[in-house]
Design a protein around this ligand. Structure first.
Ligand SMILES: *Cc1c(COP(=O)(O)O)cnc(C)c1O
Length: 377
């Protein structure tokens, strides 16, 4: 009997991917142990933070790093850092007026529910371009929008495609222009690992000031962490407003357990054999593709790539042939099993994402889906 059984909450097998609403990802035994160890002793938090940040910077080939309570808190504290940097003072010393006139530039095509982290600061969000390609914004238009109140650019990067609309300038163009005007570039790339090289690509290689990753998605750290990596100068501004200093970061404090967890998770992530994992993922997807055929079964699967977040990982997409079935019926049937399975439905198709499945779980998902098939065909 575990804590979920004790509280009467049903456990689910995650065949959907690193969705936060079902827990994101699974921490390894060693990460869970690191958290347990960290929680068992007292330390000076400022010293532990410094050591963890230094370690994370080294592991990710960046000048500096820090940890927030998720990528959204990273957005919030990065924009606050940019406002502080613009006015050369921690946020707590700035007037409301100074904050209100500080401008954050963002492409309209990048607007999303996670950017509420900017609004709540009370600064001015300047939207650029359109979320389509009818009248594409030019580098000149973009440069024209920069002025003495510009604090930063907030850029949502999904190199292989994902849910962001078209209508933004490429990141390298934005960074180039911003460099010339001393405007920092913040990159929201919360779900853009794998590949692990993205942990340094946007910052060290491309020159963005800070890149924000979710600790609880594929990095397999605690759900309540965000990994921020980038330039020393920019992160030092972030830390001026951040815990353990008093300031707006105090309500986003990261405990020693989470610091230990994300450190260990990132260490394991950069050591992971990506090729081996790719082969395992392809193997799982292939098992679905090969097990069903359009001629003989109630549905069949096709391999699709990249996945819903624009990660370079395959998924198995189901095409339903039987008139008695819909994607929603299949999803609900799987979710109502004693050993429940959670699948993603998009536009009338079930998708199986191998990222959070063990081989044993994947076999069970395949068997359960085949049971539906046997009843229908
Ligand atoms: C998931 C996600 C976030 C939010 O990340 P949290 O770590 O859950 O706060 C922000 N931006 C993008 C693009 C995301 O995919």
């Amino acid at each position: 009997m575990d804590i979920y059984d004790e509280l009467g909450v049903k456990k689910i097998i995650n065949a959907a991917g690193t969705y936060t609403v079902i827990g994101g990802s699974r921490m390894s035994e060693t990460t869970l142990n690191a958290m347990k160890e960290a929680g068992s002793s007292f330390v000076e938090i400022a010293d532990f933070q410094k050591a963890v940040y230094k370690g994370l910077a080294e592991l990710t080939n960046n000048e500096d790093a820090c940890v927030t309570t998720g990528a959204i808190a990273g957005i919030y504290l990065s924009v606050a850092a940019a406002i502080s940097r613009l006015h050369n003072a921690p946020l707590k010393l700035l007037s409301k007026e100074a904050i209100q006139k500080s401008e954050v530039m963002m492409f309209r095509s990048h607007r999303n529910p996670y950017d509420r982290g900017i609004d709540v600061l009370g600064c001015k969000l300047v939207e650029l371009g359109y979320p389509n390609i009818i009248d594409m914004i030019t580098a000149e238009d973009f440069e024209y929008a920069i002025n003495e109140n510009t604090a930063c650019v907030m850029y949502v990067e999904q190199p292989l495609g994902g849910w962001a609309a078209q209508g933004a300038l490429p990141l390298e163009v934005v960074i180039e222009i911003c460099k010339g005007h001393n405007v920092p570039v913040i990159v929201d790339c919360a779900a853009q690992v794998p590949p692990k090289s993205n942990l340094w690509h946007f910052t060290k290689e491309m020159g963005a000031d800070i890149a924000l990753f979710s600790g609880g998605k594929d990095l397999k750290g605690p759900q309540t962490t965000g990994l921020c990596v980038g330039k020393k100068d920019f992160i030092s501004w972030l830390n001026k407003n951040n815990f353990p200093n008093y300031g707006i970061g105090r309500m986003h404090k990261v405990g020693r357990e989470e610091l230990a967890g994300i450190y260990n998770a990132v260490k394991e992530y950069v050591e992971e054999d990506e090729e081996k994992r790719d082969l395992e993922s392809e193997g799982i997807v292939n098992s679905f593709v090969e097990s069903f055929s359009a001629e003989e079964d109630a549905f069949f699967f096709e391999r699709v790539f990249p996945n819903e977040a624009g990660q370079p990982m395959p998924r198995a997409k189901m095409y339903i042939l039987s008139d008695n079935l819909t994607a929603e019926i299949i999803r609900d049937t799987l979710l109502n099993l004693d050993r429940a399975i959670y699948t993603a439905v998009e536009n009338g198709h079930i998708y199986i994402n191998p990222m959070c499945l063990t081989k044993e779980e994947a076999d069970y998902v395949l068997e359960s889906i085949n049971n539906i098939n046997k009843r229908e065909k």
